[in-house]
Design a protein around this ligand. Structure first.
Ligand code: SF4
Length: 261
């Protein structure tokens, strides 16, 4: 590989990409680490990035947005992003990354494990070539746990209440996780609520959680908590794409399958 190729590794704020950074630290010393900061990250993520930086011994470049989410939302006529119209990933993850690498020849290392059946982000730019070291070397979930433990970096603390990394308002989170967000970060929950347009009765509302506003969701928090504690019961309060997500591993690193830059 020629010398003018950049080697980059995206940190999502989740455990798998952190484990990949740990795994690659001594294998590719010239590696550049980056984090696409949507401005809607959980505070726990920043704390985890600091911990990881200490281990890596070099900074993780923080790629910010040119314009905040509020502006992007306006541009999209107030339409919240959703699994069907995931403009957030394009605007807040892919665009800042592609701007950062420019026209450079880049190898990007992607944290998809050998025991996962998904592709992850693939750029349309021929200058950006992905590599999948965990897949190439056959590393599975237990290897990731070992890397995190042995390095002393450990797991992000939000795993106590949330199963995936991603924006605090990510529409991929479960209803029970919305309730945990309200408990742990009431300010962020309120901010997420403020983005909704409550006109669901007329079929015009834009809500984060399919079929109900966050206010309605929190009003039945007790029921959701009970259902979440009974194996199999939670699926009764999910609809559509949420059922699909139920089939993913609980601890899947990436809230959004394309957010795994
Ligand atoms: S984490 Fe969720 S809300 Fe944030 S950019 Fe990815 S899909 Fe969109």
């Amino acid at each position: 590989m020629s010398d003018n190729v950049r080697h980059v590794l995206g940190i999502s704020g989740g455990k798998d990409s952190a484990a990949l950074a740990i795994y690659m630290r001594d294998k590719v010393p010239e590696m550049e680490y980056f984090f696409t900061d949507t401005g809607a990250e959980l505070p726990e993520v920043y704390e985890y990035l600091d911990r990881l930086e200490d281990y890596l011994g070099k900074p993780i470049a923080r790629l910010g947005l040119e314009r905040p989410f509020e502006h992007l939302l306006q541009q999209h006529n107030g339409f919240l992003p959703s699994p069907n119209t995931r403009w957030c990933t394009r605007e807040m993850k892919i665009r800042p990354f592609e701007k950062w690498v420019g026209e450079d020849n880049v190898v990007t290392y992607v944290a998809i494990r050998a025991d996962e059946d998904r592709d992850g982000y693939k750029s349309t730019k021929p200058t950006i070539v992905p590599r999948f070291p965990f897949k190439e070397d056959g590393l599975v979930r237990s290897d990731i746990d070992r890397l995190l433990k042995q390095s002393g970096v450990g797991w992000p603390s939000y795993y106590e209440w949330r199963s995936r990394s991603g924006c605090y308002f990510c529409f991929f989170q479960r209803k029970s996780e919305w309730i945990s967000l309200a408990d742990r970060h009431p300010d962020l929950f309120e901010k997420a609520k403020a983005f909704e347009k409550d006109d669901t009765g007329a079929g015009k509302g834009y809500t984060w959680s399919q079929g109900e506003t966050l206010e309605d969701l929190i009003a039945r928090a007790g029921d959701i908590r009970i259902m979440a504690s009974i194996p199999g019961e939670l699926s009764r309060c999910r609809v559509g794409w949420q059922d699909l997500l139920c089939n993913l591993e609980d601890d899947n690193d990436d809230a959004c399958l394309v957010c795994s830059l």
